[in-house]
Each structure stands twice: as C-alpha cells, then as structure tokens.
Design a protein around this ligand. Sequence first.
Ligand code: ATP
Ligand code: MG
Length: 661
Amino acid sequence: MSNEALSNLLHEERTFPPSEDFAAAAVAKADLYDRAGTDRLGFWAEQADRLQWETRWDDVLDWRPPFAKWFVGGTLNVAVNCVDRHVAAGHGDKVALHWEGEPGDTRSLTYGELKDEVSRAANALTTLGIGAGDVVAIYLPMIPEAMVAMLACARIGAPHSVVFGGFSAGALASRIDDAKAKLVITADGGYRRGAASALKPAVDESLEMSEGKSVQNVLVVRRTEQDVAWTEGRDVWWHDVVGSASTEHTAQSFDAEHPLFILYTSGTTGKPKGILHTTGGYLTQVAYTFANVFDHKPETDVYWCTADIGWVTGHSYIVYGPLSNGATQVMYEGTPDTPHKARWWELVAKYGVTLLFTAPTAIRTFMKWGDELPAEHDLSSLRLLGSVGEPINPEAWIWYRRVIGGDRTPIVDTWWQTETGAIMISPLPGVTAAKPGSAMRPLPGIVADVVDDQAKPVPDGGGGYLVLSEPWPSMLRGIWGDDERYKETYWSRFPDLYFAGDGAKKDEDGDLWLLGRVDDVMLVSGHNISTTEVESALVSHPKVAEAAVVGATDPTTGQGIVAFVILRGDAAEAVADDAEAGEAVIQDLRGHVAKVLGPIAKPRQVLLVAELPKTRSGKIMRRLLRDVAEHREMGDVTTLADPTVMNLIGEGLDKGAKDEE
Ligand code: ATP
Ligand code: MG
C-alpha cells in the first residue's frame, strides 16, 4: 500500500439488531465492554476464573514487548479443564461428541467416555516414551481419535503439532523436522468424497524424507481397514496400545506458559509459519470467546464447527473452546457433497444443531448450489450462525442469514488468526446490531485499531492497517524456533503494535470492516482499492456466486483490476456454450461494479471461471492469480488444494486477453 489511505468505496445501510427475546436470554451483556474498559487485566483475571487452576497466578501479565507471559506462576491441566472437571461436576453422561463418518457410520462419546479414552491415550503415550515437552505430530482424518489424541498430548504436557490430513508427505516431513516431532499419530486412512483415502503411505514417505529422523514411533488408528505397509518396531496400532491401556491416569498440572501446541498457518501468503501457543492464557481466551460469541447455553445447545481439526479454528473451536465449556457438538468426517449436496443440512436436522460455525468459502459454494438444497431439510433448530476465515461479502452474509438462518438467526463474523489463537473482533450476539460484512468491534478485553502509515489511528470513515495495540491472553508466544522471524513478521512494521497483515476500514460509526491482506491492495490511478470491496460488489450481482480480484500491472493506470468470477448454477449454465451470452454477462458485471463502487473500481477484465485457486483451508490465493494475470511464473504452490485449477485459469486468461477492449 502506498502512503495514501485505503479508499472506502462500499456503503452498507442494512443493520440487524438482536431481537428482544434473544437479547434478554443472551450470555453476553453490554456491560462486558465497560468492565473490560475500566480494568482490562482484572477483566481477564475474571475470565481465567472460568478455568480450574491448581495453583493461582501471581501476576496477570508480564509484558516485555513483544514477549508476553499471562497468568504468571499459575498451573493447570488443559485436559482436566476440558474433560475431567465436567465429569466431576456430574456431567459424565452428557454427550461431548456426536460423530458422523462420511459413509454414515456414527459414534457418540459422553464426557465420561471421553475421559476414559483420553486417559488411556495419555497412558499409551507415556508407554511410548513421550513426556512433557516432547512434540507429537498428529496427522489424522476427522475422527474422534483426533480430539482424543490432542487432549492426551495436552494431558501429559506434550505439545502437539497437528498437520492437516490433506497435506502431502513433503509438507508433513518439513513440519516434523521443524518441530523435531518424536511421535506421529495417524490412521490407515479416512473417507473423503465417497472413497477411502489413504494416510499412512504419506507418513511412511515423509519419514523417509525427514532429515532430522526425530520420529521414534508411528501410532496408527484403524479407520478404513486399508492395507498398510508396516515397519516393525516403529509402527504400533492404536487399538493395541491405547486399547489395552488403563483408564486410570493422574494428570499433572503445568505452568500457564507451558507450550500447548505448534500450528502452521494456512499459507495464503507464502511459507507457513509454526505458531506457538501456550496453556493458561490460550485456554482462558478460547473459553471466554466460545461462551460469549456463540452465546453458548450448555443445557440446550448443539454446536457444530465445520472446520478441519488441522486448522486453528479446529483447535480453538472444536477442541479447546467447546470442551472447556462442556459443550455438546457434532463432528463430521467428510465433504459437504457426499453422498449428496445437502449432507450438511441433513446433519443439522438430524442432530438438532443450534449453533453453526463455518467459512465464507462454504457459504459461497452453497449459494452456487442453490436455495433448494437447504430448503429440503428442517433447519429450524439453528439459532446462531458464525463465519471465519475470510471477509464475508455482504450478499453472502444476507444469503446465510435468510436461507440457512430462516431470517431469524444472528450472524457473528469473527476475525482472528492462527497467531491470535482466539476470536478478537466480532459482534456480541444479543448486544450488537450487526451489519452484513462487518466484524464490528474488538471483543471486550481486546484493543485493536486501524492506523495509517505513520501508526496514527485513522478517523471514522478511513482505512488502513489493522493493528492490535495491547497484548491478549491467547496471543502467539512466537514462531517455533525463530524469535527473529517473530519480531520481523509482526512487530517491525509499527513500534509496539502487533501488525496483523490485514487492511481494514472504520465506517462512519467506527465499526470495523476487514479488507483482506494489505499485500493484495490494488493501486489504481492513485487510489488504494481493496480486493474485498470489488469482490463484494461482484458477489452482490444476482448471477455471481464467488469472485476473486487482483491488481495486474497496467501501463496507464498503474494497476488494472482483473476479476475472476464464478457464476451461480443457472447463470453458469446459460453461458456455458454461448460466447456471446458470456460477453454480455461480463459487460454487465463491469458496469455493475462501476455502479456500486464508482467508475474507478470498474474491472479492466472479467474472466468467467469454474474454480478459483484456494488453500487447503478454502481461502482464495490471490497471489497466484496475480502471477497469472501478469504472465509470471507462479510462486510457491505447495499449499494450493488443486494445482490443475491454475492451468485452466491461465488458458482462460490468454483467451480473455484477446477480447479485451
Ligand atoms: P498465512 O499467514 O500463512 O498466509 P493465513 O493468514 O490464511 O495464512 P490463518 O491464520 O488461517 O492463515 O488466517 C488468518 C487470516 O484470515 C487473517 O489474517 C485474515 O486475513 C483472514 N480472516 C480470518 N477471519 C476473517 C474475517 N472474519 N474477516 C476477514 N478476514 C478474515
Ligand atoms: Mg496469516
């Protein structure tokens, strides 16, 4: 971004205040903001009291920028907080997990059963020589053992490094080596898109590639019953060692700053970073945000987060947040289109899901598939919807609320990062009058701002860089083994401010709008234009399901706006074999953007595409589209979910270039 402010083009008039009933019964009350504002550290100490501590802390915060220690001197056990204490409180028979396999097999685990499983696994890990401080790599499908394995590691103080099961052997090897993992927990395979998909071969290959040779054992869950190659002495079956272990396990408490896990970022911008999270502060903030942002009522709610356990959302809002609150939740193994495209809605109806947390990429996919599929199922149990991962375009927000939420549910658009560990900016349901597309305000206890080049807060109506001005309990404690990269990446842009890497604007009311990465901001004829605003303008056209926008070098304007657009079902069919109709839609879309945002934002080029390049967590990778648009060799594609997408888009671009005005 140049030193000019980020242009503020998109205007939104719609607001959705909470209903009186919702507000009256809501977990969060408006006074949270005052309490946190008056005594921030006291507020966080109150939140830490949600947990069971063995030793109370001496100081809430020890801040030596950019290094923080929270709840100094306190000790606790994360697994005890997530499992044992609920059983001790008489909730042993409460369902913790309704698990649904892709083929339709199911399993339920009560808190009592979960305690037994976690204790067995903890004993088994100890038998395999894993102790406090040893790193365990977890490479599993979405099966209950993933949750059990993470909790067992936490229980014995062994930091886990969960690697998304869709990653290649090479990606797994580099993560194993980076953290010097001693054990890998994996499965023979998992079910995806209607077929068994093997995992164990990738582990075998990664251990051949591994340079550090730190791994001593591979613990293998049997899920698909596929044949697996076996290395005697190294490989052990979960059902043997965990199955035969005792359910008696006495948990030891760990220091509040003991490492809980390492997790690599999703890789939208480049080489993933190994983000380190610790124990007491992390659990405090995920517990607090889960209760308040999702309005969680332990007696009645059934919660479902559709993320994979391999992403931070899976860590914080499948495992640690919900379980520390004693929640009942749904976990689903497979893809949303198997065996049919209404599988999610079928599951919502089957389990009576009340709180649903998903990502804009999924919402836009369902928009593309049409309103009929959700309509086939009874979604009336839903009472709150959440979104995370990318900016949610206002039209996608409206669609989500109308079609999935029956025009009744609040939506919480939650902004946060692997690095922040927990939700930072979000509406508070029952308190906030939400605006579609805005993440609204920093949560009580969080201090964030939007600043200009000189670190000066921009006025309402202005745009710039999103920063966090005060440390927060679940903040990353560093990049694993690389303090210099930690300082350089997050703390060097502005002195004493954490720079998130994202652009944002404050609207006239001071509410926050996330505008995507500052690296993606386009400079068109001297104006800084965010990709998000142009994408939202495109998505507001009734024919458009999804759009990705990049700035490509342009001889006259500096950068020209190039848009890659996926049309909704009917509209896509109508132009499939009709170049003239396609051209008409393209001109219509260019005109539409000019009308919504002004002529400055009119795309130079619009390409109709069938797919967009995404990370394995479903985020659009604009840097690759920029490479294509500028006819450059593509950068790092290792985190790309489907490499063939780029060839198709490249071909389309070459064709499209000839049609240019
Ligand atoms: P990498 O850092 O490796 O490039 P990544 O940033 O995609 O990968 P994550 O930590 O999973 O990895 O994602 C955090 C980022 O996702 C945020 O910095 C922001 O850009 C985006 N994001 C998450 N939630 C929201 C949201 N509600 N609104 C807008 N953007 C969001
Ligand atoms: Mg990031």
